[in-house]
Design a protein around this ligand. Sequence first.
Ligand SMILES: Cc1cc2nc3c(=O)[nH]c(=O)nc-3n(C[C@H](O)[C@H](O)[C@H](O)COP(=O)(O)OP(=O)(O)OC[C@H]3O[C@@H](n4cnc5c(N)ncnc54)[C@H](O)[C@@H]3O)c2cc1C
Ligand SMILES: NC(=O)c1ccc[n+]([C@@H]2O[C@H](COP(=O)([O-])OP(=O)(O)OC[C@H]3O[C@@H](n4cnc5c(N)ncnc54)[C@H](OP(=O)(O)O)[C@@H]3O)[C@@H](O)[C@H]2O)c1
Length: 427
Amino acid sequence: MENLFRLVDQDQDFFQPKWTLVNGPIIVGAGPSGLAAAACLKEQGVPSVVLERADCIASLWQKRTYDRLKLHLPKQFCQLPKLPFPEDYPEYPTKRQFIQYLESYAKHFDINPKFNECVHSARYDETSGFWKVKTVVTTSGSNKTEFEYICRWLIVATGENAESVMPDIEGLSEFGGEVIHACNYKSGEKFKGKKVLVVGCGNSGMEVSLDLCNHDASPSMVVRSSVHVLPREILGKSTFELAVSMMKWLPLWLVDKLMLILAWLVLGNTEKYGLKRPSTGPLELKNTKGKTPVLDIGALEKIRSGDIHVVPGIKRFSRGQVELVNGEKLDIDSVVLATGYRSNVPSWLQEGEFFAKNGYPKAAFPHGWKGKAGLYAAGFTRRGLSGATSDAMRIAQDIGNAWKEENKQLKKRTIARHRRCISLSQF
Ligand SMILES: Cc1cc2nc3c(=O)[nH]c(=O)nc-3n(C[C@H](O)[C@H](O)[C@H](O)COP(=O)(O)OP(=O)(O)OC[C@H]3O[C@@H](n4cnc5c(N)ncnc54)[C@H](O)[C@@H]3O)c2cc1C
Ligand SMILES: NC(=O)c1ccc[n+]([C@@H]2O[C@H](COP(=O)([O-])OP(=O)(O)OC[C@H]3O[C@@H](n4cnc5c(N)ncnc54)[C@H](OP(=O)(O)O)[C@@H]3O)[C@@H](O)[C@H]2O)c1
């Protein structure tokens, strides 16, 4: 009997279409960039299909961030195009508020992504002039099926943070205690009273360390090289906003110098706490290497007071212990790897001209949004949410123009055919 059901199921599968021709672009990823692109396209009258590997929109924000997270730039730099944040939102909205805003954004523009569909390959077919996008669909009970979409335009919106970076450090597998990536860290509550090694001193490493302190844990934070720490605000004004205003009038090198002087006046010399500054300025470093400066929201005070212990790079782990490059050995209970993220584009996009091996467009901002043959990138500007907005608007305008042109041609051809029919029928 069970076999008979299986046969029927297979027959049903047999009649299911395994591919779809999409009228309009496919957008891979339903994060802020994908949603912004879909919304701007809608305004141009262009329909799109959004494919998302997770079961919700903005999965990075909903599933892979810690509880105390807030936007670290003022809200006017983080809202998506065509729909501002609600007026009663604070200057730095919380993660929950940001997610609520994104949900209402998707609802407002009637964006309904296809969830649980992970794109595992996409390639351009020169002969047909179409993109072939293959997905693995996870259905109930974790069954997996394959599906193919065919489309004229492909918008890559899988994000700069698609996968977590897990460093290969000697002895880590023998450590024995809990080891998690920052993307799985929610709060310091369960680490109360524990000695925790936080590997990495970017915005995640700093904030996880601060959160651990606030929950009575003892964090040691690994700083293996150098880091720019800037105050989030200077004299009540956002540091980021200040830098953006200065950039309108002054060259980047000068803005960098001024930022460092202001940071020194507000924070003092951070080097004496083990936080060596890079020789390149914060904005230039962000532009050339993509390394984000830390916007301090309280971790520095805990470093000064000794509640966060700054330690140098790691030599190796052993059972319950870590040995540092200076020979010091620390007993630790848990490890949080705040070692960053990477793009996953090279793992699925079969293309080597527009995207580089690191999964970012080869051309830097503002030129990295459009490739050849209908390929686009949204959200790879290293400029956070404001970069996503600018990409989405450019892409939608470009595809919108092509869409209108094609429709005009189509109409002309239809009218011509119609006329031919009428004149033929007169004979
Ligand atoms: C902890 C943290 C805090 C941040 N805070 C800020 C901030 O305050 N301000 C700011 O401007 N930026 C911030 N950022 C940067 C952040 O990357 C952007 O805010 C924003 O999430 C980028 O949106 P996105 O849509 O480009 O990428 P994501 O939000 O990463 O969305 C990409 C989506 O694509 C999906 N996806 C990936 N691969 C596939 C695939 N193969 N098939 C189908 N779907 C796929 C993912 O599941 C995801 O839902 C933060 C990043 C992190 C990690
Ligand atoms: N809204 C917010 O408040 C907020 C909060 C968190 C994150 N973010 C954003 O999210 C993005 C990612 O930030 P992130 O902090 O997760 O990552 P990140 O900025 O890439 O920082 C990664 C850190 O890990 C270190 N590292 C990597 N491998 C290591 C190893 N093997 N040993 C020791 N250290 C190692 C790096 O050191 P090196 O520099 O030496 O390589 C760096 O300090 C950024 O854009 C950031 O601004 C925003």
